[in-house]
Design a protein around this ligand. Structure first.
Ligand code: UDX
Length: 447
């Protein structure tokens, strides 16, 4: 089957490479010429485990190609996936400029039937606007052309995107067209051999499903962070509480890890966009607003603890920071809790010595050269000469630490752990002042 994918960002590139890998012929289109040149040379603009190998193998096999030419792109596939970015506008709503531009291009260039598949995360009702934009493009040429627009939201997680694409629990398709149903069955057939995963539904329901899934997951996290904050004040260990409630299958173990707040490209943006949609409908989405508010406060939590540990005197202090990415196995720092922490530390006059296995380049790109930020080559150098240690990302390599050694490195010696990686009892034995999230310590309670 011939498939065109517009957008070679995270979702577009993973979609294109994965569909090519199961035997489809895929053409990925992007307006960014430099990006396409790099991709053709096998250079992957993002860090995602397995993606580089997958792209290279499929380019070599001739199943995956790249272009900047819109005419070629529209002519190529019967399925036209739109997987371009929907960055937040100033008011939090999703900016549909890129999505509608692609729709316009398809309308201006298409001959013969096209099924336009929207994969970008877009507000409910966008499919109608995509349909209008295509129709305008077609009408401007004074021709007639047949097309359908459907919604096929993406649920993949950074760091395990390829596996999620292949083994995700469901494939949601919102459409009212039997022709689209047939085409999408053919497109995803290689993924549904073991289990029927295709869920056909109305377009609007599919669009809302994506937001509802992310909002539900973010709600679980904020809920657990609230319980952790209570546990902290009550002298209870939230890790025990987590195991206690997770064992109930109605609650489950997933997405109830308390921490320093959720970040990334989806949860913060999608929560705000959904709340904004609610506002436009004159509905006050109280729960969504609270989920976001709890998360904002949570992101400040590590700084509050450090400030208390130093009795408010952070000026001139050196804080070692392990982990910059918003989660492991990615170099993404969008809305990462590490950023709130670093920015608050700098404002208080402290210096940061940071290490991350993947996100150092991204950190430099975001913050440039500055005296109060030293990026070091490994976690050991990060703690050299530091007063305290903060852990923002649960990379595997941070999990095992020689606590006695760490105690000797840090002058205070305080460890503020935003991911609850360590055993408070072992930390205490080693003479470290350990503050996790909701581990029954009393630092925050003193605030
Ligand atoms: C998320 C959704 O999981 C995915 O389905 C959707 O398509 C895009 O958004 P992603 O942002 O890549 O994926 O990462 P995810 O693994 O979901 O983590 C998001 C954030 O929540 C991270 O900052 C993570 O640290 C945090 N988190 C996650 C917690 O704090 N606690 C948890 O229990 C789980």
């Amino acid at each position: 089957m011939r498939i065109t994918v517009f957008g070679t960002g995270y979702v577009g590139l993973v979609t294109g490479a994965c569909l090519a890998d199961v035997g489809h012929e895929v053409l990925c289109m992007d307006v960014d010429e430099a990006r396409i040149t790099r991709l053709e040379a096998g250079e992957i603009p993002i860090f995602e485990p397995g993606l580089e190998t997958l792209v290279k193998a499929n380019v070599e096999a001739g199943r995956l190609q790249f272009t900047t030419d819109p005419t070629d792109a529209v002519a190529f596939g019967v399925l036209q996936f739109i997987a371009v970015g929907t960055p937040p506008d100033e008011d939090g709503s999703a900016d549909l400029r890129h999505v509608l531009a692609v729709a316009g291009t398809i309308g201006e260039q298409m001959y013969g039937y096209k099924a336009v598949v929207n994969k970008s995360t877009v507000p409910v009702g966008t499919a109608d606007r995509v349909r209008e934009a295509i129709a305008r493009g077609v009408a401007a040429r004074g021709v007639e052309a047949e097309f359908d627009v459907c919604s096929n939201p993406e649920f993949l997680k950074e760091g395990s995107a390829i596996d999620d694409f292949a083994h995700g629990p469901r494939i949601v398709v919102g459409t009212d067209s039997e022709r689209v149903r047939e085409l999408m069955r053919e497109c995803y057939a290689p993924y549904i051999r073991l289990q029927e995963k295709l869920m056909f539904m109305d377009v609007r329901a599919a669009e809302l499903t994506k937001y509802a899934a992310n909002a539900m997951l973010a709600t679980k996290i904020s809920f657990m962070n609230e319980i952790a904050n209570l546990a902290e004040r009550l002298g209870a260990d939230v890790e025990q509480v987590r195991r206690g409630i997770g064992s109930d299958p109605r609650i489950g173990y997933q997405f109830i890890y308390p921490g320093c707040g959720y970040g990334g490209s989806c949860f913060p943006k999608d929560l705000r966009a959904l709340a904004h949609t609610a506002e436009q409908l004159d509905y006050s989405a109280e729960l969504l607003k609270a989920v976001e508010a709890v998360n904002q406060r949570q992101k400040q939590g590590m700084f509050t603890k450090l400030r208390q540990a130093f009795d408010g005197k952070l000026e001139g202090k050196v804080i070692a920071l392990w982990g910059l990415a918003f989660k492991p196995n990615t170099d993404d720092m969008r809305d990462a809790p590490s950023r709130d922490l670093m920015e608050a530390l700098w404002a208080a006059g402290a210096r940061v010595q940071a290490y991350d296995p993947e996100a150092m380049k991204e950190c430099r790109r975001l913050y440039g050269e500055r005296d109060d930020l030293v990026l070091v080559a490994d976690r050991i150098q990060a703690v050299k000469g530091a007063d305290a240690l903060a852990v923002c990302t649960e990379w595997k390599e941070f999990r095992t630490v020689d606590f006695a050694w760490l105690q000797q490195q840090l002058t205070l010696p305080v460890v503020v752990d935003g991911r609850n990686l360590y055993d408070p009892a072992l930390m205490q034995q080693a003479g470290l002042l350990y503050y996790g999230v909701g581990r029954g310590d009393s630092l925050t309670a003193r605030e």
